[in-house]
Design a protein around this ligand. Structure first.
Ligand code: G3P
Length: 228
């Protein structure tokens, strides 16, 4: 079985840049080395270059614009992410929603630059849709639970199992399926894997923590407490 995937989405919290951002990156790297998991950090664009120089784990973007290099003031191309040391990008997060053609183009632009996509969706049905668009990794997050501390795995387990079912039954046997929203402790992480997910996406409980390393380790432990 593949290693469970642990994505930490930095979002735009005060801790998402500067000293604390690096500290969280180092702790994530340590967690990957200590537990049998794959750790990915999704940092602000401004941090990709610096953080990717400092850690061996995958550093990715939180979004990419589906444009080709050229006239595009203020846009971020897949080339910029690759050139800064990034390995991929989240696309269509519920806080940064895209139109279908933008998701499709974004995935394509990332692939052209040897970057992978983690495409978010809010329901089991749209999770299958983004798998069909060519996502490398699918991430299902019910938006109403994001940042609440009430986890998708505990409060809406049926959404996790349905997502896994829909995607696997449609012939996508290998595409990693992540779930996120409200994940705060070891049990939430463990339960996500138990329900058939391949990993989790987490933000606030780490980014707002006074002891992020402790939290990262706790969740990492929860993730590999089951052998699939
Ligand atoms: O991308 C992960 C995120 O949306 C989940 O946020 O704060 O509920 O862990 P949070």
């Amino acid at each position: 079985a593949n290693k469970p995937i642990f994505v930490i989405n930095y979002k735009a919290y005060e801790t998402s840049y500067g000293h604390q951002a690096l500290l969280i990156a180092k702790a994530s790297e340590k967690a990957e080395l200590e537990f049998s998991i794959k750790t990915i950090i999704a940092v602000p664009f401004t941090e990709i270059w610096r953080i990717s120089k400092e850690v061996s784990i995958d550093v990715i973007a939180q979004h990419v614009d589906p444009i080709i290099p050229g006239q595009g003031t203020g846009f971020i191309t897949a080339e910029m992410i690759a050139g800064s040391g990034g390995k991929g990008s989240i696309l269509n997060h519920s806080e940064h929603k895209l139109k279908i053609f933008e998701i499709e183009k974004g995935i394509e632009r990332l692939k052209l630059n040897n970057l992978y996509s983690i495409v978010c969706a809010e329901t089991p049905r749209s999770s299958l849709a983004v798998a069909n668009l060519g996502a490398d990794i699918v991430a299902m997050e019910p938006p109403d639970l994001i940042g609440t501390g009430v986890s998708v795995s505990k409060s809406k387990p049926e959404l996790v199992t349905k997502t896994v079912e829909k995607i696997r039954n449609s012939g996508f046997k290998k595409i990693p399926i992540l779930v996120g929203a409200g994940i705060v402790d070891k049990e939430d992480a463990r339960k996500a894997i138990k329900l058939g997910a391949d990993g989790i996406l987490v933000s606030s409980i780490i980014m707002k923590s006074k002891e992020p390393e402790k939290k990262i380790f706790e969740l990492a432990e929860g993730l590999n407490s089951l052998n699939k």
